[in-house]
Design a protein. Structure first.
Length: 319
């Protein structure tokens, strides 16, 4: 898999906010069903992170994760298709694997990819046996059916973290991902930026042209914002006419370049749209500083203050 595709996949996985979450019965039920259906001792729903595989649900083993280098499921993700290993000891990819030569002594493995709502592959639903066995086309079809049920559950989770109007991430998900980014940046001394973006004079659009037109303006702005944002960014509607953009690994200079590009794209849109109103925004951009940004609230408050300061100055200039 190409690196930029893997980065996109990981961003989609992180955006779902399901890594390192509590066990859930809806997924536990599926791994139990898989174990009984295929008569195997171990069944898993495995999510492939950057350096590990983490089990959203596990039936038959007590561990919650293993290094990605030891994972069978990473082949499912990289090949974007099912993987059937009839006898791991006779497969050159796995004959020296610690999970084959040690607990849980994998001999047979079958995994089917599970996708996130945006189509990126999160990991797999897989079954494991301690003795070699064959796996028929009909059985592959049954495993596929279970994978689709997992994907349906992912869609339900996604609905709880997606803004219903713009289809962007919502505040809840933005806070989860930004807080996690801050925590990792603190440990690894990495830089990132947060931008809070607020539409200027949005209330008059609703008042003069109606809420339906106001909603269309929000949808159009969200589309432009997504198109202007770097590929590895997270764009969210925080509420009303306020948006947030998380820019991982970006410096303040790169973040300001993004804001300038957004301004240019919005100017072109206003010319082409020929609406009786124009879309404009104010943005507060903050680069993570470990000395002052200890929590999610710290960096958000900082960006919020900068945004409102810019907004006030714009009003003073136009008054």
């Amino acid at each position: 898999m190409r690196k930029h595709n893997e980065e996109k996949r990981l961003l989609a996985l992180y955006a779902m906010g399901i890594l390192d979450t509590e066990s859930e019965e809806r997924f536990g039920r599926l791994t139990r069903i898989a174990g009984k259906l295929f008569n195997v001792p171990v069944s898993l729903i495995s999510l492939i992170d950057k350096d590990r595989q983490w089990f959203k649900s596990s039936h038959g083993i007590d561990i919650c994760s293993t290094p990605r280098t030891e994972s069978f499921c990473t082949y499912v993700v990289e090949d974007a298709g099912p993987l059937i290993v009839n006898d791991a000891q006779k497969d050159p990819r796995f004959e020296n694997n610690v999970l084959v030569n040690g607990s849980p002594y994998i001999r047979f493995y079958a995994g089917y990819p599970v996708k996130l709502p945006d189509g990126e592959i999160a990991g797999s639903i897989c079954i494991i046996d301690t003795k070699p066995r064959n796996f028929s086309e009909e059985e592959i079809g049954l495993l596929h059916d279970l994978a689709e049920i997992v994907e349906d559950e992912f869609c339900m989770i996604n609905m709880a973290t997606t803004d219903s109007l713009t289809a962007l991430s919502n505040r809840r998900l933005f806070s989860l991902i930004t807080a996690e980014t801050l925590k990792k940046s603190c440990k690894r001394r990495r830089v990132f930026c947060v931008a809070i973006i607020d539409l200027n004079d949005f209330k008059p659009i609703n008042d003069m042209y109606g809420h339906a037109e106001g909603n269309q303006a929000l949808i159009k702005f969200s589309e432009i914002l997504e198109n202007a944002s770097p590929e590895n960014s997270l764009v969210a509607r925080l509420g009303g006419d306020e948006f947030g953009v998380l820019l991982p690994c970006s410096t303040i200079q790169q973040a300001n370049e993004f804001i300038n590009q957004l301004s240019e794209m919005l100017i072109r849109h206003n010319i082409d749209a020929d609406k009786p109103y124009q879309l404009a925004f104010s943005a507060g951009v903050v680069e993570y500083d470990e000395k002052i940004h200890h929590t999610y609230a710290d960096i958000m408050n900082d960006a919020d203050e900068k945004m409102y300061s810019i907004k006030r100055n714009k009003k003073l200039l136009t008054s």
